[in-house]
Design a protein around this ligand. Structure first.
Ligand SMILES: Nc1ncnc2c1ncn2[C@@H]1O[C@H](COP(=O)(O)OP(=O)(O)OP(=O)(O)O)[C@@H](O)[C@H]1O
Ligand SMILES: [Mg+2]
Length: 422
């Protein structure tokens, strides 16, 4: 390490995992020695588990950017713009941004200044607004807390149990669309966090963060990575697969990552019921016409301390240490025909076109990830039946936008064609 030591401690909850520091002017992550020696260490990311961790191994990017696991924790879109206004002049923007919001990141990761460090990095700049938290994703979102009738944006250091997602000028009724898809998924029995529709005027917003394009309805979703003051670790599949966040749409082109890739990881670390849920979610994706289920829209949660090594993988599966996270970011993208093509974000058994996906494609994927043929057939058939029955009621609800009702009605008709069998 050079003299120029600007370092932050990386923790999972309260447990020290490693250090993120500038080495030769490059943000570099290294595991802490004591962490490496533990047999019951919490896992930061499956992507780091290809070999036993050692402090000698440096995680850094050739182009000098923040290591990709950490880049995936950063906000995107409008929230990123809000933060970036504060750090314009800094040399390592992503590194500084991470430190700025490091106390409140997705999952249990914390990136904090080490109080015992003799040479601590300079304090992150003060923010003109009171909050400092990170959540990925392009759609404008805030962390939210509910107190009696009001919604608040928790100040720095306070926890928010909800994510509030706001509308998009480019996609009318996006919030209602996502609400309808979450409700449909819930009625189908998928694992969905609790959620509700609210209005942006219900927020206490003294800093005026919720500006004109985002006024109107907002979707409140309970955070599955927070339980009171407890943080539950999660990582998305861009992190699991060691990808950069902006690669999320690349695989519709080069197809090196596909739905079988994700399914295999769920199969290797999770219990059978998670695998069945994964298959059901794929069927739901097709029936609901969601072409945006990219690698950052799938995640796993780590529950407590994992076991390591080959036997550990077995034990983890048995104890449900790693599991598919609850469902999130489900939108019927086919409700926006002018803007969105009908191409899936990842290929499914070699097929990218939504309108070509059939029961056989899903059966082929099931065979590859170890779901027996009869089980797979039953899962698909029962799910399709449930989805049609619940849609028949849901489509009558006033909250369901007309464009979504029409798109799903049409899509369910197409899916039922004999050559598709869904
Ligand atoms: N209920 C939840 N609890 C905890 N974390 C969540 C929850 N929902 C989403 N997240 C995390 O927040 C990130 C952003 O959420 P989401 O995908 O809904 O946003 P988005 O802006 O619509 O994304 P995209 O860029 O894919 O359109 C997700 O990648 C996930 O890591
Ligand atoms: Mg998303």
């Amino acid at each position: 390490m050079t003299d120029e030591h600007e370092g932050y401690s990386v923790l999972l909850g309260d447990e020290l995992v490693g250090t993120l520091a500038l080495e030769d002017d490059t943000p570099t992550f290294r595991f802490h020695e004591a962490y490496c020696e533990r047999s019951d260490r919490p896992i930061l990311s499956l992507s780091f588990e290809d070999e036993p961790p050692t402090p000698d191994r440096a995680f850094r990017e050739e182009d000098g950017r923040l290591p990709r696991f950490f880049r995936n924790l950063l906000p995107e879109g409008h929230l990123l713009e809000i933060y970036e206004r504060q750090i314009e002049t800094m040399r390592h923007r992503e590194f500084e941004l991470l430190a700025l919001i490091g106390e409140d990141l997705p999952g249990a990761v914390r990136v904090v200044r080490d109080p015992l460090d003799a040479n601590p990095p300079s304090a992150p700049p003060a923010l003109p607004h009171r909050f400092a938290f990170g959540l990925a994703g392009v759609q404008f979102k805030l962390q939210a807390a509910r107190s009696e009738a009001r919604l608040t944006i928790p100040a720095r250091g306070q926890s928010g149990q909800f994510i509030a997602k706001f509308g998009s000028p480019s996609y009318p009724e996006l919030v209602q669309n996502e609400w309808a898809m979450l409700e449909w998924a819930r009625l189908c029995g998928l694992d969905v966090p609790s959620f509700l529709l609210r209005h942006s005027s219900e927020f206490d917003d003294p800093s005026g963060i919720i500006t004109e394009p985002f006024e109107g309805r907002s979707l409140l979703v309970k955070r599955f990575d927070r339980d009171g003051t407890k943080r539950i670790h999660q990582e998305d599949f861009a992190q699991v697969l060691s990808l950069h966040p902006e690669q999320k749409y690349d695989f519709a082109v080069d197809e090196t990552v596909h739905y079988t890739t994700i399914g295999n990881i769920v199969a290797n670390c999770g219990a059978n019921e998670h695998l069945a849920e994964y298959v059901e979610r794929l069927v739901f994706m097709v029936l609901s016409g969601n072409c945006d289920a990219h690698t950052k829209n799938w995640a796993i949660t780590h529950n407590g301390h994992g076991f390591i090594g080959a036997l550990g993988a077995l034990l983890n599966a048995k104890t449900g240490y790693v599991r598919l996270s609850p469902l999130y970011d489900v939108v019927s993208t086919i409700a926006y025909p002018a803007d969105m093509d009908r191409q899936l974000a990842l290929s499914l058994s070699g097929e990218l076109r939504l309108d070509a996906i059939s029961r056989d494609h899903i059966l082929e994927l099931c065979a590859r990830i170890g779901v027996a043929h009869d089980d797979a057939s039953a899962i698909i058939a029962e799910f399709c039946k449930r989805a049609r029955a619940t849609w028949a009621d849901l489509r009558e609800r006033t909250e369901v936008p007309t464009r979504v009702r029409r798109a799903i009605d049409d899509n369910l008709g197409l899916c039922a064609a004999p050559n598709r069998g869904l």
